[in-house]
Write a protein that binds this ligand. Structure first.
Ligand SMILES: Nc1ncnc2c1ncn2[C@@H]1O[C@H](COP(=O)(O)OP(=O)(O)OP(=O)(O)O)[C@@H](O)[C@H]1O
Ligand SMILES: [Mg+2]
Length: 456
């Protein structure tokens, strides 16, 4: 199967030939049409993913064609080509729903980039995630994922679940560490026993020992009766020590003792109690760095880090975004509006989801979709149903420190432009947004400073 099907529309034969020639080496199928009227006829039999159309043409012009495609084939991307200097047409086209615009003469690097993005969409966004069978294949317990990195994690969970080994789960906030801990327990030998979850960061220094190990009656003022701690309750089961990076050095020592000897004392008690609990820990902190700074005991770190499972951030497993987004769409639709029919996420909305960098990972995605379900007025989620920060997000650039040999303004300007282009992977639209100038202006400045994309 080809990467993408492209319909190229231009009334000048020279441009049609140049287009076919310029993309001869690409894995795509190209069909051409001589004007808007011809294009609409071709679309009946040619299943285009992308239409690239000139604006000024006889019979039906590019803007009219764009309008008809949006109406009849909402899933087809349209890119409008304008002559250099006709940027107003491009702006009108973008407002009318064009995916992007191109300037003549053609820059085939930019065309290939656009085709690449369209092909990515075809691959990820348009899959049918509705079938239950299909969803089952991409699910391990409650964890959903289809990225190879997640498949590897599913394997690790099922291997480690068969043992009693201590596991350390790491990863940014919202990546699913708690879900992994649950999967290990419920897939494992101790599934019939308790899984005791302890959020270490929520325990105050004065309470943590009594919470973890329990206390005897009268051990301190409020200790009116004997109380079992989390370790004791987890006997024969599993204890999940969440946010382990947040515990104090003194509690780290008590923890080390339980892990090494399997024994502990209740606070105020003298008897040494034995416990057999499987230990799973999680943190979003960089523990090796904490060890270096002497904030975390090295011996404890090696005790808990027997097997480690690292959850990659969502931005490093983008193929999971459409899958998870559809999962949350169905989940929130069912619980919030069981009678409402919202079955799709529009292509443009999906494009925003795919482009965003998700600092809050899967939890943030779930919140965004929940919001979308609430605010959505039609049967599909569109960009306006998404939070404003996501709509405006255009890939934040690393701060630039200009160290210039001279104080020349042109030199600073060209350095800034180059920085924006590199930071957006040579996406002219995004770079222009970053620089807060029109794309046409960016284009002419690139020519002025002779900035060209390096051949990779
Ligand atoms: N792969 C996934 N499939 C389905 N739901 C997920 C997935 N990953 C995370 N979630 C959901 O996202 C939310 C956050 O997940 P979880 O609490 O496991 O993250 P965490 O890594 O423990 O975050 P934190 O460090 O902030 O505690 C939960 O509601 C969870 O159900
Ligand atoms: Mg957590």
């Amino acid at each position: 199967m080809t990467q993408a099907n492209i319909l190229f529309v231009d009334d000048e034969p020279g441009y049609r030939k140049a287009f076919i020639r310029g993309l001869a080496d690409e894995d795509i199928a190209i069909e051409t049409a001589v004007d808007g009227e011809d294009a609409m006829e071709k679309l009946v039999t040619f299943h285009a993913d992308l239409v690239i159309t000139d604006v000024k043409m006889p019979r039906k012009d590019g803007l009219k064609l764009l309008e008809e495609i949006k109406l009849n084939y909402p899933d087809v991307f349209v890119v409008v080509v304008t002559a250099y200097g006709d940027v107003e047409d491009a702006v009108r086209a973008m407002k009318a729903g064009a995916y992007d615009f191109l300037l003549k003469p053609f820059d085939f690097d930019i065309i290939k980039m656009i085709i690449g993005r369209v092909a990515d969409h075809k691959k990820y966004a348009q899959k049918d995630y509705s079938g239950i069978e299909r969803r089952k294949r991409f699910r391990f317990k409650n964890i959903i994922g289809q990225d190879q990195k997640m498949f590897n994690i599913f394997r690790m969970i099922s291997d480690v679940a068969k043992t009693n080994t201590t596991v350390l789960i790491t990863g940014e906030s919202g990546t699913g560490k708690e879900l992994v801990a649950e999967a290990i327990h419920y897939e494992g030998l101790r599934r019939e026993r308790q899984l005791i979850k302890v959020n270490c960061s929520a325990l105050t220094e004065s309470l943590i020992n009594s919470e973890l190990f329990g206390h005897e009656k009268g051990a301190f003022t409020d200790a009116r009766s004997q109380k079992k701690g989390h370790f004791e309750l987890a006997h024969d089961g599993t204890i999940f020590l969440d946010e382990i990076g947040d515990i104090s050095i003194s509690t780290q020592l008590s923890l080390l003792r339980v892990l090494e000897m399997g024994t502990f004392h209740r606070v105020g008690g003298t008897r040494s109690l034995k416990v057999d609990a499987r230990v799973i820990c999680a943190t979003n902190k960089d523990l090796p760095a904490a060890v270096k700074q002497k904030l975390f005991r090295e011996d404890l770190y090696y005790r808990i880090n027997v097997v480690s499972i690292h959850l990659p951030p969502l931005r490093e497993r983008k193929t999971d975004i459409p899958l998870l987004a559809h999962h949350f769409l169905e989940k929130y639709r069912k619980s919030l509006f069981p009678n409402k029919k919202i079955s799709r996420i529009s292509r443009r909305a999906m494009s925003l989801l795919l482009n965003y960098d998700w600092p809050g990972n899967v939890r943030e995605l779930a919140n965004v979709i929940e919001n979308g379900v609430i605010f959505c007025r039609k049967d599909n989620i569109t960009p306006k149903d998404l939070p404003i920060n996501l709509r405006d997000w255009s890939g934040k650039l690393k701060p630039l420190t200009l160290t210039l040999a001279s104080k020349s303004l042109p030199q600073a300007e060209s350095a800034l432009i180059l920085h924006a282009l590199e930071g957006t992977n040579w996406n002219l639209k995004k770079a222009a947004q970053e620089l807060e100038i029109a794309r046409g202006t960016l284009y002419s400045k690139m020519q002025k400073y002779n900035i060209v994309r390096p051949v990779s």
